[in-house]
Design a protein around this ligand. Structure first.
Ligand code: SAM
Ligand code: SF4
Ligand code: SF4
Length: 349
């Protein structure tokens, strides 16, 4: 297929990153993502034949690379619940133009799968962990799975040679007292911990602006552990909080001045980064979403299963991106909570 320059959207943003959700199921019921009252025994999860097959995903990712995508992250739901994930990893890793293939996981199944994932060509792993305190962890994830199971997952990934970062969603009054403990642990272990502002994704988590701990406050609390310096692109005028590390980069990166490694904040609410957002999402049923806060996506599975050619599928994806005007986080106010947004476990976090 002839290769054209990658499209840019209505605000001149290119398409470089693709997040692929491989399942809407999860073995956790994090309060902020899949509250048990909604995602309980009666919840209708997707049927197997509704999900894109590995062949379909690999084909689509390959087509997206012709539009500029070179970074791919597999997510969900809990992606490691999808059986035989290394087969998909191998397929995507084998595509030309992929420079970075990552996985976001709650970590619990890494002891079983890390070695196979690494062997298949996965580049790195992000593990979500919101607290080291077992009681707080169990309350947030609403499971009986202990923190030690997540830590064992992190160890397994490192033992398999996979670089690991940890993502911590901070919710006021729930785990903000864990910020320094998590950061101190990251310093000791040589693991970058990134603190994420709690977001109003989906429509079921009852988000309130008051629940958000601003990244600036997180940085203040971190600095009680020792002096921090920004790691940036040298943009003049930036203070610790304003570091940008390149287009499309969402984390503001900081380093401990004593050489003990890195820590980060992701200020999705208080310092939104829509201006450089070059990320699309592919849901597990093959809809293309151009924003985490979208209310609808563009169906690619239908055309795929109806026998569309590569050029036809690429044209749909290109048109969708070209018309993109999303900048939800820049427009967010306490009142914008729309109640028809797609859930994160469905669209892919
Ligand atoms: N199950 C995997 C995991 O937890 O890592 C992958 C999917 S999960 C939806 C991806 C990421 O989204 C996790 O790091 C999770 O903490 C984050 N997340 C979910 N709901 C969120 C919210 N309301 N605000 C901020 N981050 C959220
Ligand atoms: Fe599951 Fe991840 Fe959502 Fe928690 S954040 S419920 S682990 S998908
Ligand atoms: Fe990108 Fe939408 Fe998030 Fe803005 S709100 S950074 S456009 S995903």
């Amino acid at each position: 297929m002839a290769s054209m320059p990658g499209p840019t959207d209505a605000f001149a943003r290119p398409l470089t990153d693709l997040r692929v959700s491989v399942t809407d199921r999860c073995n956790f019921r994090c309060r902020y993502c899949m509250p048990r009252e909604i995602f309980g025994p009666d919840h209708a999860f997707l049927e197997r034949d509704e999900l894109l097959s590995f062949e379909e995903i690999t084909r689509l990712v390959g087509l997206f690379t012709t539009l500029g995508v070179h970074k791919v992250r597999l997510t969900g739901g809990e992606p490691l619940l999808r059986s035989d994930l290394p087969t998909l990893i191998a397929g995507i890793a084998g595509l030309d133009r992929i420079t970075d293939l990552a996985l976001t996981t709650n970590g619990t199944l890494l002891p079983r799968h890390a070695a196979d994932l690494a062997a298949a060509g996965l580049d790195r792993v992000t593990v979500s962990l919101d607290a080291l305190d077992d009681e707080i962890h169990r309350a947030i994830s609403d499971t009986r799975v202990p923190v030690t199971a997540v830590l064992a997952g992190i160890e397994a990934a490192r033992a398999a040679g996979l670089p690991v970062k940890v993502n911590t969603v901070v919710k006021r009054g729930v785990n903000d007292d864990e910020i320094t403990a998590m950061a101190a642990w990251g310093r000791r272990e040589g693991i970058t911990v990134r603190f994420i502002e709690y977001m109003d994704v989906g429509a079921t988590n009852g988000w309130r602006l008051d629940d958000v701990v601003p990244a600036a406050e997180v940085v203040e609390r971190l600095s009680t552990l020792g002096p921090l310096e920004p790691i940036g692109d040298g943009t003049p005028g930036g203070d610790v909080g304003d570091v940008q590390t390149g287009p499309g980069q969402v984390a503001e990166r900081l380093r401990w001045s004593d050489g003990a490694g890195e820590v980060g904040v992701i200020a999705s609410v208080t310092r939104p980064f829509c201006r450089t957002c070059s990320r699309a999402r592919l849901s597990s049923v093959g809809e293309l979403f151009t924003c985490l806060f979208a209310t609808s996506g563009t169906d690619l599975r239908g055309p795929l299963r109806d026998g569309a050619t590569d050029d036809e599928v690429v044209t749909i994806a290109r048109d969708t991106w070209t018309h993109r005007t999303d900048r939800y986080s820049e427009e967010r106010t306490a009142e914008t909570a729309r109640d028809d947004r797609v859930e994160m476990s469905y669209i892919g976090g």
